[in-house]
Design a protein around this ligand. Sequence first.
Ligand code: ADP
Ligand code: MG
Ligand code: MG
Length: 886
Amino acid sequence: HKYVYDFTEGNKDLKDLLGGKGANLAEMTNLGLPVPPGFTITTEACQAYLATGREPDGLAGQIEAHLESLERAMGKRLGDPQDPLLVSVRSGAKFSMPGMMETVLNVGLNDQSVVGLSAQAGGNERFAWDSYRRLIQMFGKTVCEVPGEEFEHALDDIKRAKGTHNDLDLDAEDLRGLVDTYKKIFLKHTGREFPQQPREQLDLAIRAVFESWNAERAVLYRRQERIPADLGTAVNVVTMVFGNLGPDSGTGVAFTRDPASGAQGIYGDYLANAQGEDVVAGIRNTVPLQELEQLDKKSYDELLSFMARLEGHYRDLCDIEFTIERGKLWMLQTRVGKRTAAAAFVIAGQLVDEGLIDLDEALHRVNGAQLAQLMFPRFQLDHEFQPVAKGIGASPGAASGTVVFTSARAVELAAEGESVILVRRETNPDDLNGMIAAKGILTSRGGKTSHAAVVARGMGKTCVSGADEIDVNVPAKRFTVAGQTVSEGDVVSIDGTTGKVYLGEVPVMPSEVVQYFEGSLDPEHIDNALVRAVHRIMTHADGRRRLAVRTNADTGADAARARRFGAEGIGLCRTEHMFLGDRRELVERLILARAEGERDAALAALLPLQRADFEEIFREMDGLPVTVRLIDPPLHEFLPPLEQLAVNVAVAQERGEDVAKEEALLAAVRRMHEENPMLGLRGVRLGLVIPGLFAMQVRAIAEAAVACARGGGTAKPEIMVPLVGAVQELETVRAEAEKIIAEVVGDSGVEVLIGTMIEVPRAALTAGQIAEAAEFFSFGTNDLTQMGWGFSRDDVEGAFFWRYLELGIFGISPFESIDRDGVGRLVRIAAEEGRAARPGLKLGVCGEHGGDPDSVHFFHEVGLDYVSCSPFRVPVARLEAGRAAV
Ligand code: ADP
Ligand code: MG
Ligand code: MG
């Protein structure tokens, strides 16, 4: 079995096997870009290791063979005392997991080869000892779990002793001393000397990369990002090149476009005389990439030309890690870069303009989750709010919250429902929990590529990084800025787009994208790259999609807003809201009615109110279908709670008041008490046991439609019967409804459809029968999930879903995204059998899933006609329906 691939053997499409980093290193190698030679150990080797706890047979031999050929190619041997070959050992999974997995640089250095390295570098002892101390530090921390702070403290101590903050002020002697100290730290924590055998270093490092796949924070990150747990990571062994050889060397990162805005230009950070992670970690302040032009014009020009090549090759924004060793540029990593939601849209539009991709491809480059992010509100700034600091807009959004300084405190306060802003000098992977809990993240150090920035962007969380006017004092739980002190518990606001930081809570305003959807920004006439790109891509999605998108709306105002957002009708108009407020009194009378006359009077009083509600909705949705669901919830939801009522009656009796009415109400509440109301007297069952209730609603709908028609409009009502499990239920309701409709509609030309929700599993399984009596089905996937799994939606999420997610029983709550295998199968069966019985049966979905990107793709696949979702999700559903169709 082949477990090891030379960089010349792979390519970018082998991400499953070689991981993203390895596949792209191979791709760059084959493009002829200067990549230091090396090889990749496959994810399969990692999977085998993790399954059995030891390296699979044959792996050691293959590594040996590849190492030998690398040594031959480089003309050096790993760790050779005179002229050592050094390598980095780098993790690289299929999906990039920033900061999660571990890398060890300078493998192959030991007490002898450090001398050889120095000699080979022209007697540059400082460089050699700096490299060695980095090896012990990284190896100790990531391979042997030595606490990283111990090394950092030792480094701080020696800097302090020298009176400097800059590691460049440490000379060879200082660094040699530091190596001694590091070795002692290593011995203390591991009980053994730092390993001197180069090959042992290599093997231990490879094994540590394998094992880091299951590190706690890697597991947590995967769960957050819904990355499958069994992929494993590849390991890349790469010849070292050195950015820490002096001022003519350095290391940097670059983006081919601005990952925050999508704007074209030169974006990146560079740090002279530095190695590896110094840039990302924010150890020293980087310079903007443009400044490299002054420092090393040849490398700069070359880098720019490679960037253009990579972008043309990948047809997308790429990010790049590079190192310059004494004026020679080396490419150490590239990948299709992460970007903000805004940049995703803008770049997709630009690439279409540049002829690199077509509009169908552009649709694949964006997604509904990004669009949803762009619909977040932004800060509304007037002169009252002046920024106190400006950092880098690392991840957009507007976040206000209580300042906290530790991950633990962030988690604590967030659990109490508070919005918190996590403030740190810089973040590291140990802060992940706090970052998840926080509403926003503010750091005083680090650029757009710092840990805080990268992770926050991935999470879609607001982040300002590198706000260096802020002086953070974590132990004292405060920071100072512009002469003011901000303590834990104070409120700040951060703008992840502009990088500005404000004291206090800044009010927010709607996003431009929402203004565009609302029709108040004309994309043809404003100079806003984002709005224009969104417009263009949405227009294409609308042209492509087969699914119609409707909205769930219960009021005229909601209907009007959803229509502006592109809704093509209402898929769910709930009528229960129409029984609340002042009307509760009438509902009480209806429920309490003993005689037919009392009940009729209550219904007669409700009729005109309902009719007016429907008229308003039909007017807003003129010409478009409106699905009205007959009353669904258990009636006791309209009555006062039992305890409160009992107390009131007792108090009134005490006072000697007349309590006949209250007592009747109390008796009714007792009579109607249900152990499992969601499985009790509700939906169609109400219509079958309370005479006249559905009839009144059907009449109100039909009369409202006729009134609209008389007024010159076109109402297209679709009456939906909830909770049907058997065709007989629907037939009974239908017979009564048809009579009323015929009588009301007369020759007005109004057409009223009658259909049902499919939300009880039995309905899905007998859909062929039910379709005989239904002109449409609307899948109520909330109840279908609830009853399909036997989960009480209101109870399970807090009670045990976390455990189910942790155990991987499901990767995401089935209430959030449809469970394709189970509940989805019910949908599929009902769609097929319903259509078989009644060709042309209209099919839609009105559960929460109608606005969930993944579920929209599923509904497209099973052939529904439309999805319906809340007004704000309508654009997301339009986009995803378009993406599903290309
Ligand atoms: P990450 O995935 O966290 O970025 P990497 O494996 O890319 O980890 O490595 C961390 C840092 O070390 C990066 O800055 C990378 O460019 C640098 N690095 C990795 N391998 C080498 C090498 N062979 N020579 C010089 N620098 C390297
Ligand atoms: Mg990297
Ligand atoms: Mg329901």
